[in-house]
Design a protein around this ligand. Structure first.
Ligand SMILES: Cc1cc2nc3c(=O)[nH]c(=O)nc-3n(C[C@H](O)[C@H](O)[C@H](O)COP(=O)(O)OP(=O)(O)OC[C@H]3O[C@@H](n4cnc5c(N)ncnc54)[C@H](O)[C@@H]3O)c2cc1C
Length: 458
């Protein structure tokens, strides 16, 4: 690849806010990667571009984007011990396609399989099984990191532990994750059993989540998630549907059912039909939410495929477009276990400010990693999808304050709006991360819109 191959493109995050016209470097072998890195003073590393905001976008007019998606090989897989070595640009879907049919699964899968290994590590992604399984970083054995001076270093919990944990959740600001070894987990089948409970209030939702959370702590394969109908008020605010999934064994399957049903991800099937561009309005979503709640029933022992249970949004590619030209912001925060009141206040604030979320999901979180910028802390995480067109400057500031005041934090992989002054309160171990980052980035090359907006590199 020569410098002339670097094209200019318009990019955005998955939320389709903050579009940037920028130079994109797409190296496709090790030598061209080195040239692309050493030839650019400022670079933003990008995987599949599924972070919602500007984590994988450059600052306007500063530097180039380094697209890693050509580095997508599964380098090796040991069927005996379940250790897979993968390039940073490989997507989770490909790893799952190769390993699930032979009884090994990624221990942590976020709401989409279409992200890269590099993106999963850099955001330290979590699934719906966090209390028992932890986040992606808990299962990474080592990382080969390309530093900004061209050196490749191996990081693990033993070999430069500070560098390892600064990279896990480090939002691509310590270097390029070239390869990583991940410990997979054995499974008997590719099926899960779903128990569903419809709840009539936030209190009921919380009680069901807490009961599920206790079971989750003992079982890394137990996934719990609540969808909240955010369009209700008063006593019914926070009513919803709590789904709890656990791994099905072969004994749970009816005779004719094959243990491993799928080789394709949910997204490769026919897409779920979604409203056309720009039709997410208060009225359409309120009607759809009410219908969803009224039509659902509490029910136990439903057999569902693992992949459809874990990644429902992979069948809904049109979701961001449904928010119109300005796109959607997903605001996701975590607060400690005793801060249910903050969840209530956030929902109430959004409702009274005309910002009722189009989608609101609540998950349990368990212990975090040693990564100073890793998002998960024990407690709750609420994610709300909001039309960007309604977010006037500063409108989310009171929520940032509530979250920071409760000892919580926002999720950087989704962020587009957080107040930079509150960031150090939300991530108190940031100074330690900054020191390690400076050591790993001697050339001061790595940057991103997110990093500059929140002052992460200062
Ligand atoms: C539908 C949907 C559902 C989601 N559900 C969840 C969920 O349940 N849980 C959750 O935790 N997240 C969830 N996410 C967020 C998503 O998992 C993260 O944003 C993830 O980081 C995206 O990975 P990516 O490959 O698209 O990376 P990008 O968006 O391209 O980049 C994300 C970050 O990773 C860095 N990065 C990417 N590749 C590398 C590399 N090779 N080396 C170094 N740094 C790199 C980038 O610089 C950037 O900071 C969801 C996203 C979507 C679209």
């Amino acid at each position: 690849m020569t410098p002339e191959d670097h094209g200019t493109e318009a990019l955005s995050g998955w939320g389709r806010t903050m579009r940037r016209v920028c130079e994109v470097r797409r190296p496709d072998f090790d030598g061209s990667l080195l040239d692309a890195v050493l030839g650019a003073p400022r670079l933003t590393v990008r995987g599949a571009g599924k972070s919602y905001g500007d984590a994988a976008l450059p600052v306007n007019g500063v530097g180039a984007v380094l697209d890693l998606t050509a580095f997508d090989r599964i380098v090796s897989f040991d069927e005996g011990n379940g250790v897979v070595v993968v390039e940073g640009g490989a997507v989770l879907k490909d790893v799952i396609d190769q390993t699930l049919p032979i009884g090994w699964k990624l221990p942590v899968v976020p709401g989409t399989e279409r992200i890269t290994i590099g993106g999963a590590i850099a955001s330290d992604v979590h699934g719906k099984n966090h209390p028992g399984a932890g986040s992606f970083g808990h299962h990474v054995l080592w990382i080969a990191l390309l530093r900004s001076d061209g050196a490749i270093v191996q990081l693990s919990a033993i070999q430069d532990a500070d560098g390892f944990w600064a990279t896990i959740g480090g939002m691509g600001l310590t270097g390029v994750i070239l390869r990583a070894a991940i410990q997979l987990q054995r499974v008997d089948t590719g099926w899960m059993i779903r128990n569903r409970r419809r709840t009539r209030s936030l209190d009921e939702t919380i009680a069901a989540m807490r009961a599920g959370g206790t079971r989750q702590e003992l079982d890394p394969e137990r996934h719990v998630v609540a969808w909240l109908d955010a369009h209700t008020h008063g006593a019914s605010l926070g009513r919803g549907i709590v789904d709890e999934y656990y791994a099905a064994s072969t004994l749970d399957l009816p005779g004719a059912v094959a243990p491993f049903p799928e080789t394709r991800s949910p997204g490769s099937r026919r897409r779920r039909s979604l409203p056309g561009p720009g039709v997410v309005t208060g009225a359409t979503i309120a009607a759809a939410s009410a219908a969803r709640w009224h039509l659902s029933r509490s029910a136990n022992s439903q057999l569902v495929t693992m992949r459809s249970a874990l990644c429902p949004l992979d069948r809904a590619d049109g979701w961001p477009a449904a928010f119109g030209r300005s796109g959607l912001v997903q605001y996701q925060f975590a607060v400690p276990p005793n801060e249910v009141g903050t969840i209530h206040e956030v929902l109430a604030y959004l409702g009274t400010h005309g910002l009722t979320p189009a989608l609101a999901t609540l998950k349990n979180l368990g212990l975090g990693t040693a990564g100073p910028l890793s998002f998960p802390i024990p407690g709750w995480t609420l994610a709300v999808d909001l039309p960007a067109r309604l977010l006037r400057p500063g409108i989310m500031h009171p929520i940032d304050k509530l979250v920071a005041g409760a000892g919580g934090r926002v999720y950087l992989a989704k962020d587009a709006v957080t107040d930079p002054e509150l960031f150090p309160l939300m991530y108190p171990r940031w100074p330690a991360w900054r020191r390690t980052r400076h050591r790993l980035d001697p050339a001061g090359r790595w940057t991103s819109g997110l990093a500059e907006r929140l002052g992460l590199l200062s």
